[in-house]
Design a protein around this ligand. Structure first.
Ligand SMILES: [Zn+2]
Length: 476
């Protein structure tokens, strides 16, 4: 108990103005509520609860299939682009083609822009159908092709086919901007205050295939954030630039990303390394000398890096902290590295926990065996996040629901998770304090309403993950 008290004390030291929400009466109220709440009531409660933020979020992985469809099929809204998708693969290029590259010959629903389509041979063109001409059955299959909706789909389907299928749609700056707005609107619905999303700003293309500058894309994003529609959501947004860690030019990408963030620090607040960790070409220490060189040249750029998203024990988390990382994405195998685990207790380094991602990508066989509660309850700073929510068809409430129902979280622990998302965000100190104050006020209002027994409205719609994982949430 003494250890627990000390851990909480330290967490609150890092929490700037501490949230007064750990009210004894709310703790008691929540304990009693947990005993009596039906699955749907618990879900509605967590949905309505003000949530600090989602700070591990990939913009392109966070697009629901339907959002991709709506924007890709609307040339008027998407900047004048038209898309074709592969519906009938044939051997136009014979045997022995690269099925693991960006343009696999045999991959269904590989999607290309009209510009790319025009470069294809007539045999290849016959493999593709204009997106707007898909039959209803084909449309449904297209939607399913970019989410993990079947029991046999897991890590390989996700890493090796989803991004390839999205193809040229990933290079449309208007689609990226649209997905951001849709996420903000969805997060407003579930009372999320802050979003720190990862994206790439290079390689965007105009409809005629010519390059779209990084500066122009950054301006498009920021203009959207200033639009009425975005402002109305009241969701605060910052960006991290991601680099793909195992590519041959990853260190060059890192230098470019650093320079870009250094020049755009108002909205672009950090760098992340993405890509499957079981590809050893992206091992953490590969980046050490580059980062040391960059830190000798300019004030530091915050780093949140995927590490420990692995099946086997390794030293990736320790190595990643040596890179200068402030936050660790996943940290799933931290539990198997005792020295680093001990070092992270009551430290400033936060682990971004993604329960659903770890389950669906088969790092965790079940939520019950996830190390999250051990981290939380031994003083390793943690928060909950969604990773690639569009591809799981889930939201941040789903993550909280799994955490509460599997690990019996207390009200104070919920407050800690919410607060950590803001205190460990990469916003400026002033912006963090402003948002913490807002979280504190909104949490207090939420507490008052619960203690006054103000009813919470029933949710009419859910994303598909939670309805298949916990059907009672959706069927009551
Ligand atoms: Zn991730």
């Amino acid at each position: 108990m003494l250890i627990r008290t000390f851990a909480l004390f330290c967490v609150f030291i890092f929490s700037l103005p501490s949230i007064a929400a750990s009210s004894p009466s709310m703790s008691e109220w929540f304990n009693a509520f947990k005993q009596r709440a039906t699955p749907a009531q618990m879900y509605n409660f967590l949905h309505a609860m003000p949530k600090g933020g989602d700070i591990h979020h990939h913009l392109s992985g966070a697009g629901m299939s339907e959002w991709w469809w709506d924007i890709a099929t609307s040339s008027k809204q998407n900047g004048g682009y038209t898309y074709y998708t592969k519906t009938a693969p044939t051997l136009c290029n014979g045997y022995g083609t690269n099925e693991f590259g960006f343009s696999p010959q045999l991959l269904m629903f590989h999607t290309v822009s009209a510009f790319t389509y025009e470069q294809l041979s007539s045999c290849e063109k016959n493999n593709y159908t204009l997106l707007t001409n898909l039959s209803e059955m084909q449309k449904q299959a297209f939607l399913n092709s970019i989410r993990l909706d079947k029991p046999h789909e897991g890590r390989d389907e996700f890493f090796q086919t989803h991004w390839q299928r999205l193809g040229d749609m990933l290079l449309n700056p208007h689609i990226q901007t649209y997905l951001l707005l849709k996420n903000m609107q969805a997060y407003q619905q579930e009372n999320v205050l802050y979003l720190e999303t990862q994206l790439q700003v290079t390689d965007m293309r105009f409809p005629d295939g010519s390059p779209y500058s990084t500066q122009a894309f950054a301006e498009l994003l920021i203009d959207m954030l200033k639009s009425d529609a975005a402002q109305k959501t009241n969701v605060e947004v910052r960006f991290q630039i991601h680099i793909v860690r195992f590519l041959p030019n990853a260190t060059q990408q890192l230098e470019e990303a650093w320079k870009f963030v250094d020049g755009h620090r108002d909205y672009f607040v950090g760098i992340n390394f993405v890509g499957r960790e079981d590809n050893d070409k992206g091992y953490p220490l590969r980046f050490l000398s580059t980062l040391r060189k960059l830190r000798a040249q300019s004030p530091p750029v915050s780093l949140s890096v995927h590490a420990g998203e692995s099946d086997e024990p390794n030293t990736h988390i320790k190595d990643t902290l040596l890179l200068g990382a402030d936050r660790i994405g996943h940290g799933y195998n931290l539990i198997e590295d005792p020295d680093t685990l001990l070092m992270m207790r009551n430290s400033p380094y936060l682990v971004e926990i993604n329960l659903i991602s770890n389950l669906l990508l088969e790092y965790a066989e079940s939520i019950d065996e996830h190390p999250f509660p051990e981290y939380l309850r031994t003083g390793v700073p943690v928060t909950l996040s969604t990773d690639d929510r569009g591809m799981w068809s889930s939201n941040l409430t789903d993550e909280y629901y799994l955490a509460v129902t599997h690990f019996n979280l207390s009200w104070d622990e919920l407050v800690e998770l919410n607060t950590n998302a803001i205190t460990h965000s990469f916003m400026s100190g002033e912006d963090r304090e402003t948002l913490l104050l807002r979280l504190k006020k909104e949490t207090q209002r939420f507490i008052d309403n619960r203690l006054n027994n103000t009813p919470i409205a029933d949710l009419q719609q859910h994303y598909t993950f939670i309805c298949s994982y916990a059907p009672a949430v959706c069927s009551e």
